[in-house]
Design a binder for this molecule. Structure first.
Ligand SMILES: [Zn+2]
Length: 400
């Protein structure tokens, strides 16, 4: 029965890789991580000619989760799929921590394997990279990405090295968990960017460096969040999605998913849809660039209790800002440690949801945006990128 079901499923519709910057196109194979010009590559699909067209073309109806959208993912052979049950996370309406005039939801990505949205990108990334022949990967991370890729690498039988910066704010679990999955874990001094550079310099050529935008496939997994949200809202886009932003893969995933949803006719091209980057008040390069209409982020040195948003010099930051703005309406806002802690406590007590500090940040900017009249009405989805359980020290230091 299972084999018959698999045989009836639609074929993957990936066609080629394209450089968003210079327009170069590449065949799906042999493996290629970046464009010859050094810019990120995007996986493209045959969006037209799909029968049926529209919302029915979105999913194959086989279960709930990332691989429900297999025809819009880059893996060509179903036997290459490495899955641990990622995606299919709940969209939870807030009932007490509300803002007047708005319907606010939390997309709770903390329910994923290893407790973060990184499981989506890791599942698709590890599956496709192994399918293309890579047996050794290197993941630069501030924590949750290393855990996710370590789990999927273990499942796939692929070697993984995890490189982290030395920072007091990194949750201990980010150092411990990948080792348990059998990955090698190293920490490097300096800023996040300096640490990642040192990590990279020590790698051999047979190892794929899979940082944000340094390979095309993680993005494909992460974009499925918007596919799911649209299905959960009965075929409608929310008015706003707020994403706690680090390197910007999440934002580009939303923009790319929007383009594809319009392309296959699953949502109306007239939909008004705004993507909002949430970052820390100490420095929010991408949030500030999107808010102020800059063509590139101004580098900064962010710090604070939400390590996932503390990327001061995002790789391909200029691409992120321009790519997202080319597809959707954009805005950006920041919040402080005090506001983040306050929202973590509030959502735990009022809603029964244990957010990561990054997820709390996304919710914390809602009343600020409402007060400034930059959000007026409609449906707001805040992405909780990881479970608060990954941050036991933060939970201990929150007064009862
Ligand atoms: Zn290029």
């Amino acid at each position: 029965v299972r084999e018959n079901a698999a045989a009836a499923r639609p074929e993957p519709r990936g066609t080629h890789l394209a450089c968003w910057t210079c327009g170069a196109r590449y065949a799906p194979e042999p493996a290629r991580l970046l464009c010859n010009c050094g810019a990120p590559l995007e996986q493209k699909y045959d969006l037209n000619g799909q029968v049926p067209h529209g919302s029915a073309a979105l999913a194959d109806g086989a279960g709930w989760g990332v691989w429900r959208y297999r025809q819009w993912l880059p893996v060509t052979d179903p036997r290459s799929v490495i899955t641990l049950g990622e995606g299919g996370t709940p969209l939870i309406p807030l009932v007490r921590a509300t803002t007047q005039g708005l319907s606010v939801f939390v997309k709770d990505e903390g329910r994923n394997p290893t407790g973060s949205f990184k499981a989506r990108g890791a599942s698709v990334g590890v599956s496709r990279l192994r399918e293309l022949g890579w047996q050794s990967l290197a993941m630069p991370t501030v924590g949750s990405g290393g855990s996710a890729w370590a789990a999927y690498a273990a499942r796939a039988g692929v070697r993984l090295r995890v490189g982290l910066p030395q920072s007091e704010f990194l949750p201990q679990i980010g150092l411990v968990e990948p080792k348990v999955y059998g990955s090698r874990v190293d920490q490097f001094p300096g800023t996040v960017e300096e640490a990642f550079q040192r990590f990279r310099e020590g790698l051999d050529e047979a190892t794929a460096y899979v940082g944000a935008f340094e390979e095309p496939y993680r993005l494909e997994g992460e974009k499925t969040i918007l596919y799911e949200i649209v299905e959960q809202l009965d075929g409608c886009l929310p008015d706003y999605v707020i994403w706690p932003t680090g390197g910007g893969v999440g934002l580009v995933g939303l923009a790319k998913a929007y383009d594809e949803l319009v392309g296959i006719g699953a949502v109306s091209p007239d939909s008004i849809f705004t993507v909002i980057a949430a970052q820390h008040t100490s420095s929010g390069p991408i949030a500030t660039a999107l808010r102020d209409g800059l063509t590139a982020p101004r580098p900064g040195r962010p710090s604070g209790i939400a390590p996932g948003v503390c990327v001061g010099r995002p790789f391909a930051g200029e691409y992120v800002v321009q790519r997202v703005r080319a597809s959707v309406r954009v805005d950006g806002e920041t919040a402080s440690d005090r506001e983040i802690r306050g929202m973590m406590v509030r959502l735990a007590r009022d809603e029964g949801i244990m957010l990561s500090p990054e997820g709390a940040l996304a919710v914390a900017v809602v009343p600020k945006l409402r007060k400034a009249d930059r959000i007026r009405s409609g449906i707001v989805v805040c992405v909780n990128t990881a479970t608060g359980l990954r941050y036991p020290k933060l939970l201990e230091s929150n007064p009862g």
